[in-house]
Design a protein around this ligand. Structure first.
Ligand code: CP
Ligand code: NVA
Length: 315
């Protein structure tokens, strides 16, 4: 597909999960993200969304997502509105159906962070402008896109790479596995028993992996998973909404800490990634996350560039 056709095929679409996008579309978005990053660094980022507005609904806390979307819209010549359910009528029971249709009359795209993926789907169903998933219980596609950009910057390829994810089979894990499957990266995921990934999501990722020739391995053994990894990834043990399980999870995940001992089994030049926020001393130790192997701040920065590419493509 030519670049023009690719741009036309993305216009007006929702960005709910990377499962909805082809390998070519994801590579196109990554390419645009790299170009936008370079242009911004050179001080001449294009104003692709002049006069456009993004509504941002946050039902949960955020540092990176909020700031990167808001700054991203400004850099593209547009504007972002931070909408908290505390202030919106959603908080007083106004249906998503009405909210979607009303917001669609004002803004050019809607971004939402919510615990329930169903809410995002409902918003997308009734919205007439693109809806972007900024994290649900199931997926975090903006994060995975930025992760792929960071991997490509460091490794220069997606071919022949092995990514290992250690920890909770959560939203970040799902989107990471899908992104790896789409781009042909072999992925190995180690979770404690009872904290495995959602099998209906992973079976869809496995179908993708068959077509791209990558593999998805699920295990409960961290050493097995991390052996010869090029990329090591972890996330918090208790995601937003699961805070009450913190103590139980600390016990269940105690053998799943990414520390100096565990990473000895990865490749000598492994790179470490974490979506952040991180809990040093829990899922990862400082000798890993603050080492020369860690690219967490590039990864966080790339949220800005990757999301600008998504916004410019959809709006
Ligand atoms: N990684 C990420 O989404 O961070 P925030 O929760 O700060 O947005
Ligand atoms: N899995 C984490 C990711 C935060 C960006 C959460 O859902 O809280």
């Amino acid at each position: 597909m030519t670049e023009q056709n690719m741009a036309a095929s993305l216009k007006g679409r929702n960005f709910l999960t990377l499962l909805d996008f082809s390998t070519g579309e994801i590579k196109y978005l990554l390419d645009q993200a790299a170009k936008l990053k370079k242009a911004q660094k050179e001080g001449e980022g294009p104003l692709l969304l002049k006069g456009k507005s993004l509504g941002m609904i946050f039902e949960n806390a955020s540092t990176r997502t909020r700031v990167s979307f808001e700054v991203g819209m400004t850099q593209l010549g547009g504007h972002a509105l931070f909408l908290s359910p505390r202030d919106l009528q959603i908080g007083r029971g106004e249906p998503i159906m009405d909210t979607a249709q009303v917001l669609s009359r004002y803004v050019d795209a809607i971004m939402i962070r919510t615990n329930s993926h169903e809410t995002v789907e409902e918003l997308a169903k009734y919205s007439t402008v693109p809806v972007i998933n900024a994290l649900t219980d199931y997926y975090h596609p903006c994060q995975a896109l930025a992760d792929m950009q960071t991997i490509y910057e460091q490794k220069g390829t997606f071919e022949g790479l092995k990514l290992t994810y250690i920890g909770d089979g959560n939203n970040v894990a799902h989107s990471l596995v899908i992104a790896c499957a789409k781009l042909g990266i072999d992925v190995s995921v180690a979770t404690p028993v009872g904290y495995e990934m959602n099998q209906s999501i992973i079976s869809r990722a496995k179908e993708v992996a068959v077509s791209t020739g990558s593999t998805i391995v699920e295990t409960n053994a961290p050493v097995e998973a991390i052996t010869d990894a090029d990329i090591v990834y972890t996330d918090v043990w208790a995601s937003m909404g699961f805070e009450a399980e913190q103590v139980n999870r600390e016990k269940a995940f105690s053998n799943f800490q990414v520390n100096g001992e565990l990473v000895k089994h990865a490749k000598p030049d492994y790179m470490f990634l974490h979506c952040l926020p991180a809990h040093r001393g829990e899922e990862v130790t400082t000798d890993v996350i603050d080492s020369k192997h860690s690219f967490i701040y590039d990864e966080a920065e790339n949220r800005l560039h990757a999301q600008k590419a998504v916004l410019a493509a959809l709006v």
